[in-house]
Write a protein that binds this ligand. Structure first.
Ligand code: FES
Length: 286
């Protein structure tokens, strides 16, 4: 049996749903301020924050353990453990923010990923405490590395196998039509109520406001929800569509992210009206 089959089993472990719901409610209560949550998701960065910061945190811990393994300089290893521990709170906060707006199968794996990392970080904290008392803490440092590796494997599974944090609208840039596609008669489109059409092979979100027609990919970059089922709202003077699944908001003018959890923009289409028909094609540079 492939070892990763065990992780796939974890995705289906419904016994984890109850503790996941308790943790999710707590995280959502603590992170109720939308600006903080957007910052933790990485809306400002245009990329999820957690995988960026975790490289430094985990890299510090692993480097410390490697030094301890080969009997290297204790002061260097101690400084690296202290760096990892100092970076743990923002790493954890960004991870929880992403986790709290993920799908149930992702939350099951994410919960075990988090629990594993709690044990690993506790080992490193205990190693540091022992060193402060003049002891080596070497075994605790090595245990931390072993447990961190399991946590990192689960994190990798979440990112690469379950695509949490990936841009789910990215392929539209390859698949979207470069030549004009007819979507239908403008008179048949409801006013200010989004509908789903097809631009070639690509499903698109279409919104008519008077004679102005907005066309975006009908795929939320966060986890691929159909944006045509979302609500159109006014936010900070812009008209936005709210994703029906986790509430990301995208500006209709250019598809930019206004609020997360999404961090990537929705691909935008150019439009024109000819003989009463709406035509669209992927906007250059979208
Ligand atoms: S699918 Fe999660 S915000 Fe759209």
């Amino acid at each position: 049996m492939r070892p990763f089959n065990q992780i796939e089993r974890l995705e289906r472990a419904e016994a984890l749903d109850k503790p996941a719901a308790i943790v999710r409610d707590t995280v959502q209560r603590v992170l109720s301020d939308r600006r903080i949550k957007d910052a933790l998701h990485g809306v400002w960065l245009g990329h999820p924050v957690h995988p960026v910061i975790v490289q430094i945190t985990l890299g510090s811990f692993m480097s410390a353990s490697l030094i301890d393994l080969v009997g290297g300089n204790r002061r260097s290893s101690t400084a690296l453990i202290a760096t990892g521990l100092a970076l743990t709170p923002p790493t954890v906060a960004a991870g929880w923010a992403d986790w709290s707006t993920s799908n149930p199968d992702q939350q099951r794996v994410g919960l075990v990923h988090a629990a594993t990392n709690v044990v690993a970080v506790s080992c490193y904290a205990a190693a540091l405490t022992r060193r402060a008392r003049g002891r080596s803490g070497r075994l605790l440092s090595l245990a931390g590395a072993a447990i961190s590796s399991i946590g990192a494997t689960l994190g990798g599974h979440l990112a690469y196998h379950q695509a949490l944090g990936a841009n789910h609208a990215d392929r539209v840039r390859d698949l979207g039509p470069r030549d004009w596609q007819t979507l239908g008669r403008v008179a048949d489109l409801p006013e200010r109520s989004p509908v789903r059409c097809d631009a070639g092979d690509v499903p698109v979100f279409v919104l008519r406001r008077g004679l102005d027609v907005t066309v975006l990919a009908d795929r939320c970059p966060h986890l691929a929800a159909p944006l045509s089922e979302g609500e159109v709202v006014g936010t900070d003077g812009d008209t936005c569509v709210v994703c029906p699944w986790h509430g990301s908001q995208f500006r209709l003018d250019d598809g930019a992210v206004v609020h997360g959890p999404a961090t990537a923009a929705v691909p935008r289409f150019e439009t024109r009206i000819r003989n009463g028909e709406v035509e669209a094609r992927l906007a250059p540079g979208s």
